[in-house]
Design a protein around this ligand. Sequence first.
Ligand SMILES: NC(=O)c1ccc[n+]([C@@H]2O[C@H](COP(=O)([O-])OP(=O)(O)OC[C@H]3O[C@@H](n4cnc5c(N)ncnc54)[C@H](OP(=O)(O)O)[C@@H]3O)[C@@H](O)[C@H]2O)c1
Length: 350
Amino acid sequence: MRRSRSPLPAPGSRLAWSRLRAMKAIVIEAPGDENCMRIGDLPPPELEAGAIRIRNFAAGVNRADLLQRQGYYPPPLGAPATLGLECAGEIAEVASGVDRFAVGDRVMALLPGGGYAEDVVVDAGSAILLPDALSFEEGAGLTETLLTVFLNVFQLGGLGEGGSVLVHGGGSGIGTTTIDLVKRAGGTVVATAGSREKCERCLELGADAVANYREDDWVALAREATGGHGVNVVLDSIGGPYLAGNLDVLTDEGTLVLIGLMGGAKAEISLGALLTRRLRVLGSTLRTRSAEQKAAIVRAFLERFGAALAAGEIRPVLHEVFPLEEASEAHRMLKASTHFGKVVLRIDRD
Ligand SMILES: NC(=O)c1ccc[n+]([C@@H]2O[C@H](COP(=O)([O-])OP(=O)(O)OC[C@H]3O[C@@H](n4cnc5c(N)ncnc54)[C@H](OP(=O)(O)O)[C@@H]3O)[C@@H](O)[C@H]2O)c1
């Protein structure tokens, strides 16, 4: 199929974009390994009520994309089938009634899918103005981790003044953002990582203590770092094999927030500790939440951290930027975990 390159409709034009041109996107014909992704042409999404159209310049790569590519993490109902949970670009079109944004604004956005593509349509409530100091590549690697960490550590985890957090995978997108936001909020953060080099980089970012999970006892380290009390919140993406340790390391009335199952979904624990120490265990996903819930999380995040974001103080740790055409390489890098921070796809437009 050849991609037609008709001129873009004028802002506010009532012409359907999908009838005017095709967009470049990553297409998956059947779920599989990294080789199942290829560049293809898709009709651009139609603008919906309450939404904005983003001329997309970059997309963040997230661990969930690897699962979706293999057929294990289907998009929520109504979301685009294309991969991509976050992006950054310029607003090309604004639905009537949306007054927070105007055509031409630079934005970064949280997406239920569809980020690996030239055109993105998303509810305006899921977008944030991209600070002038940040490039599109930087913006594309921020929204998913900022909102996930804010939701799970601060809102659901209830991290208070001077509180403490244990995050697994300190060198991941989620881990590096957790270190940043918790330190910004004046808390203590303990991380785990799988190599000495990653541990050192977590310390450089501001982590108070880091355990190499292949060698060290992270429960003992987290206790030591909190004066023997244990942590207030554990942000866990490993699951089964870490459940007992995660509960062990919590202080009384602490909260374990489970956001991933990289290590497995099953575990056996004694429920006694939950009762006697009044612990909370929560499971949480951001993607499946409604547009209204996401908009509320964005508003609360901006209230708390918006000034630091706008000032360019909050930035992602960008490990590598690949052109969209090399999405397979980006996925291989995440699978091998050779990255520290975020991997991003750059969308070069003709
Ligand atoms: N529920 C939600 O709403 C939500 C939203 C966003 C992300 N997530 C989840 O959060 C996790 C991180 O996502 P991401 O995109 O930031 O991932 P990522 O950058 O691909 O990083 C994954 C990290 O996990 C670490 N890791 C693997 N096994 C580990 C173990 N046994 N102990 C400690 N660390 C281990 C790896 O570090 P080493 O190289 O050091 O092993 C790697 O840094 C994923 O599970 C993802 O699905 C959930």
